[in-house]
Design a protein around this ligand. Structure first.
Ligand SMILES: Cc1cc2nc3c(=O)[nH]c(=O)nc-3n(C[C@H](O)[C@H](O)[C@H](O)COP(=O)(O)O)c2cc1C
Length: 270
């Protein structure tokens, strides 16, 4: 073994924090260098990302609608190559549920030449309902992630067997339908953030951090492509100029806050 990597898509930073905590702990146990491979931004997704038999890779994404984010899945399927690398597949979910996302990521990794020896579904703060899982991963979560990384490393050292399965439908079955507060389906697929031009300083942060490259750098009020509601532009705007005011979106957030306030547990599989 030569190196431990955390390879992740992480618009708001939770997945990065979780994957790096586990990856660094694994690297410490193995006495190997640690590297982050961040494929959040479009510029990092222009070609293949190839690993090799000397790599141990924590491959990590958020859960969107109970699955691997659908706009990202084709990139993972077509461009992330294991070439015999060992893998810990990890998804972060915002305190509701991970549904079929872990199963989907497990299958993508396995089918792309990784030997998946561990998997994790990690409860984190919800990017668009931050009252859920507020502040997570917290100290207890990071300790659990380090433990997972250490156990993964020990399994790698012993040439431990591949995981046969993880929870969730294989192949994954459907996407979670977001609901309004009244229990009816919430339709906000086409919603985009609004920009308050009185507050906007045209610093360009929103355009820089958009994982879909969908904000016009010359005019942040213009959405040029798809919006995946990841919240990166909203959270990272230094003046708080960006907001979502779509009624269905806000109603879904209220539904989540009313029903998923309890502390969700993370799950680890080795
Ligand atoms: C569009 C979207 C859909 C989401 N769907 C779910 C979900 O189905 N279940 C859940 O528990 N969390 C869900 N989340 C919350 C994220 O999985 C969670 O906040 C994650 O930590 C975000 O990762 P990041 O901070 O690296 O961007 C969703 C978030 C977004 C933006």
């Amino acid at each position: 073994m030569e190196r431990v990597c955390a390879a992740y898509f992480s618009p708001c930073g939770n997945v990065k924090a979780a994957a790096e905590a586990a990856g660094r702990a694994a690297a410490d146990v193995l006495g190997l260098p640690f590297e982050s491979v961040d494929f959040t931004l479009p510029g990092a997704r222009t070609g293949d990302i190839a690993f090799g038999p000397g790599d141990v890779v924590i491959l990590a994404t958020p859960v969107y609608a109970g699955r691997v984010p659908n706009k990202l899945m084709p990139f993972i399927r077509d461009h992330i190559r294991g070439n015999g690398a060992l893998c810990g597949a990890a998804v972060c979910f915002g305190n509701r549920a991970f549904d079929d996302a872990l199963a989907e990521l497990y299958m993508l990794a396995r089918d792309n030449g990784f030997t998946v020896i561990g998997a994790a579904a990690i409860a984190t703060e919800h990017s668009f309902a931050p009252a859920l899982g507020t502040g997570r991963p917290d100290e207890a979560d990071l300790a659990a992630l380090r433990e997972f990384g250490e156990a993964l490393a020990k399994k790698a050292q012993k040439n431990g067997p591949a995981l046969k399965t993880v929870p969730g439908a294989m192949p994954p079955e459907k996407y979670y339908t977001p609901l309004r507060a009244d229990g009816t389906p919430a339709r906000f697929l086409k919603a985009v953030p609004k920009t308050d031009m009185e507050k906007c300083t045209r610093c360009g942060t929103c355009a820089r951090v958009c994982p879909m490259g969908s904000v016009d750098p010359a005019d942040p009020a213009v959405t040029t492509g798809v919006c995946i509601k990841c919240q990166a532009c909203i959270r990272l705007c230094p003046t708080g100029a960006r907001t979502f005011d779509d009624g269905d979106f806000l109603s879904h957030r209220a539904m989540l806050e009313a029903n998923y306030a309890r502390r969700a547990e993370s799950a680890f599989f080795l």
